[in-house]
Design a protein around this ligand. Structure first.
Ligand code: ACO
Length: 389
């Protein structure tokens, strides 16, 4: 019999990390590792499944916020450390953990990064945002014109102090972006394990600091130097372009690599658009609408005739029902539905990455008035988070 408990003490937190890492085929945390992992545990947000006294499964959430279409920033749970001990899989342990987690989450929406694509749809998470790998041939990369602002390099201590607040100040404008919790920064800026050679540069425009870039340059066996951009946030187009001018002009770099949104306009940045190679595309944001009425009211809608959408939610039946969505907002109604869909697919369409017509073409949803639904949920830019957790 699986027993789900909320963890709140140090030893159990460490056991939680160990069970998760073992499920991912990784060793448990060393003492040094634990020092940077410990800050990611927040009160009442780590759950574990037990068989008697043995911990056999884990999940956790971090308190954060999420930008939704229209620019509102809503409280958000970032779900992570999902794992079940290999000798207990396929017996419903994850199902029990997910049920408990979803029914107790304090926030109206949750997102996660999935290790596999077939796990989370059944729990109401939809694939809501994707990213691509972009490579720039740095030897031929010319950006015409000059910078409009100034780029300055920070030493690591200053970067450690400045980046969390800079991220909050500049980073939260694109739908899909999330705020970062203290434990995220502790791990990301852990120099011993992953940031030995990381360089941070900050952009300032006429209103002060408005963007930053962190990167490492490494050399491969053929003596080619690759600039890997690890973190890139900006508040306006000038900051974005100026930071790219900095990257493109960096000496002794052959290739620049970045994980980016699907629609950042790299081709128009460089004199020769062929220096840009857009490579693999991956799923990034898996989004769960925990409180459907609240989340439908949180975003804005485009111009179209109203559409009534019926939502079915197996795990959180309070969400079941019909919602009338119009340019003025969304409300629960008792009307005939134009479109019927499960909550995971509404999650997939919520940030605008996918359209209702695409879901219907793939026979994932049924209904009429798809073009109106597409226009209501349309967004000017593809959602992208850019924060891995
Ligand atoms: C956000 C993150 O942390 S992502 C990291 C997720 N963790 C991992 O990938 C670590 C390795 N895997 C595991 O720990 C486990 O296999 C888990 C967590 C993925 C699944 O845990 P389980 O306890 O086996 O899941 P559970 O038994 O509740 O399965 C529920 C359903 O999902 C299905 N399912 C579970 N895992 C998978 C999978 N990897 N692929 C396909 N289907 C799956 C089961 O078959 C079952 O289907 P059913 O209801 O039709 O019978």
């Amino acid at each position: 019999m699986t027993d789900i408990r909320v963890l709140n003490d140090e030893a159990q937190f460490r056991a939680h990390t160990t069970v998760f890492r073992r499920a991912m085929h990784m060793p448990g945390p060393s003492d040094d590792d634990w020092k940077v992992t410990r800050p990611s545990y927040e009160p009442d947000r780590a759950l574990a499944a037990f068989d008697g006294d043995e911990m056999i499964g884990t999940t956790q959430s971090y308190g954060s916020s999420l930008v939704v279409p229209g620019g509102a920033v809503v409280p958000h749970s970032a779900i992570s450390r999902v794992g079940v001990r290999a000798d207990y899989t396929r017996r419903g342990v994850l199902t029990a953990l997910m049920r408990e987690q979803l029914s107790t989450l304090p926030d109206p929406v949750a997102t996660l990064r999935a290790s596999e694509g077939r796990i989370y749809g059944r729990f109401g998470y939809g694939l809501a945002g994707r990213w691509r790998v972009v490579e720039i041939d740095a030897r031929r990369a010319v950006i015409p014109g000059e910078m409009t602002g100034r780029v300055r390099m920070l030493d690591q201590d200053t970067a450690d102090k400045l980046l969390p607040e800079l991220h909050e100040a500049v980073g939260l404008w694109r739908p899909g972006q999330i705020s970062r919790w203290p434990g995220w920064w502790a791990r990301s800026r852990d120099r011993e394990s992953n940031a030995k050679n990381t360089v941070t540069v900050v952009h300032s425009g006429s209103d002060g600091d408005d963007g930053f870039l962190t990167y490492q340059v490494t050399e491969d066996k053929d003596f080619k130097r690759r600039m890997s951009i690890e973190d890139f946030e900006w508040a306006n187009d000038d900051a974005w372009r100026d930071l790219w001018i900095y990257a493109a002009r960096l000496d002794l770099v052959d290739l620049i690599e970045i994980d980016a949104a699907l629609d950042d306009p790299f081709w128009w940045l460089f004199e020769d658009p062929r220096v840009v190679r857009s490579k693999d595309v991956y799923d990034e944001i898996w989004l769960r609408l925990v409180d459907v009425p609240r989340m439908l009211s949180a975003r804005t809608y485009g111009a179209a005739e109203p559409v009534v959408i019926e939502i079915r939610d197996r795990l959180l039946p309070a969400n079941d029902g019909c919602y009338r969505v119009s340019p003025d907002g969304a409300e629960r109604v008792d009307e005939q539905a134009d479109i019927t869909m499960p909550v995971d697919l509404l999650g997939a369409a919520y940030l605008g990455d996918t359209t209702f017509s695409q879901l219907a073409a793939a026979k994932r949803i049924e209904g009429t008035r798809l073009a109106d639904a597409d226009a209501l949920f349309a967004v000017p830019r593809k959602p992208y988070c850019g924060t891995f957790f």
